[in-house]
Write a protein that binds this ligand. Structure first.
Ligand code: COA
Length: 257
């Protein structure tokens, strides 16, 4: 693993931490490549039933793409950087278990986009969030133009992007950009508690639920509803479905394997 990405796994919860605190965890190419590799490991070699993404240190989740690195990029180099960023955010969005972004501080530009690709976002009261790219003469390039408006709505997304607004955690919550705000020193505990709860759920059902919810943005309602029906009925006969429903009927706790 790289110096700037840490991965650890315990009891079904895998935590990936961007660890470049002297740059407020900004993502240069090496860090982004290491993050891509860590996501692959979390999927393939760890028994990941819930994924947590966070940043090291007290100040930042991820302060964005690395501005120093970007400052001299050619169009071709920028294209490669965007493609890498898209591969990473797609890997989070399609990760076969729920992903929680523990937004412990600054989440700007690409940092905000990482959080947007997660299923759930929990913010420290110290978090400051924004798609700040227009202020740098570019636009959000790792999925922000598409995912932000799906999460906060068209008008709010336009406001955030056009004005390169930097909003605090309470405003982010009011916008629907984060699901929950907690005291800074309670963030780790709260996210661990959520992740443990998710890891204890029937994994196949959760994965299917995520696929179906992701499908909302992929298709029109009719196709989405058809997709949901197929997924729903396909879950019948799985060990988790049988055990969950039998346990309910027998008035006992389920024992998921
Ligand atoms: N890329 C590269 N380096 C970054 C960075 C980024 N996105 N964000 C912060 N850094 C670096 C700073 O250059 C500084 O390096 P230095 O110590 O060598 O001077 C270090 O991280 C600490 O940042 P600093 O600006 O001194 O901290 P601060 O507390 O005064 O301000 C921010 C923090 C996050 C408000 C400010 O750094 C900032 O606005 N960063 C850019 C955020 C952004 O627009 N990101 C989107 C990029 S697409």
């Amino acid at each position: 693993m790289s110096d700037t990405i840490e991965i650890e796994s315990s009891e079904g919860v895998t935590t990936i931490t961007v660890t470049r605190p002297d740059r407020l965890n900004a993502l240069d190419t090496e860090t982004l490549q290491a993050l891509e590799a860590a996501l692959r490991d979390a999927r393939d070699t760890h028994d990941t039933r819930a994924l947590v993404l966070t940043g090291a240190g007290e100040d930042a989740f991820v302060a964005g793409a690395d501005i120093e690195y970007m400052s001299e990029l050619s169009v071709e180099e920028a294209q490669a950087y965007a493609e890498l960023g898209h591969r990473v955010t797609d890997a989070i969005e399609t990760f076969p278990a729920p992903a929680i972004a523990a937004v412990n501080g600054y989440a700007f530009g690409g940092g905000c986009e990482l959080a947007l690709a997660a299923d759930l976002r929990v913010a420290s009261e110290r978090a400051v969030i924004g798609q700040t790219e227009v202020g740098l003469g570019i636009v959000p390039g790792w999925g922000g133009t598409q995912r932000l408006s799906r999460i906060v709505g068209d008008e709010q997304a336009r406001r955030l992007v056009f004005f390169a607004e930097r909003i605090d955690a309470q405003d982010a919550h009011a916008y629907g950009l984060v699901g929950e705000v907690v005291a800074h020193d309670e963030l780790d505990d709260r996210v661990s508690e959520m992740a443990a709860e998710l890891a204890a759920q029937p994994a196949f059902a959760l994965r299917s639920a995520k696929e179906a919810l992701n499908q909302v943005h992929e298709s029109h309602l009719t196709a989405g509803l058809r997709y949901e029906r197929r997924l729903w009925s396909g879950l019948f006969g799985t060990a988790d479905q049988r055990e969950a429903m039998t346990a309910f009927v027998e008035e006992r706790d389920p024992d998921f394997r």
